[in-house]
Design a protein around this ligand. Structure first.
Ligand SMILES: [Zn+2]
Length: 92
């Protein structure tokens, strides 16, 4: 099971259903988008169940990936030595 796809498919399907339901109360014609969105979401949800979880890309021990250039940098670096952009989140 590919959880990322299942979750995003469920969210998309939920959003599509939401658009359809909204159209029942406020006729804006958004159900035109709601139906294909909910179908796409349902397909992603179904496909996600049969897909293998993709292997997460692991950085080498003591390293992490830069948020911007995706290069491996030291784990506790606050700024990327490659692109000198500040890193988000707390270092583990
Ligand atoms: Zn960088």
């Amino acid at each position: 099971m590919y959880r990322g796809l299942v979750v995003s498919g469920a969210i998309l399907a939920g959003f599509g259903v939401f658009l359809i339901v909204i159209d029942l109360y406020v006729p804006l014609g958004v159900s035109i988008f709601g139906l294909p969105i909910s179908i796409t979401g349902a397909v992603m949800f179904a496909v996600g169940f049969f897909r293998e979880e993709p292997k997460p890309v692991e950085p080498e021990p003591g390293k992490k990936f830069c948020w911007y250039c995706m290069k491996q940098i030291p784990k506790h670096a606050f700024e990327c030595p490659e692109c000198s952009l500040p890193q988000h989140g707390s270092p583990e």
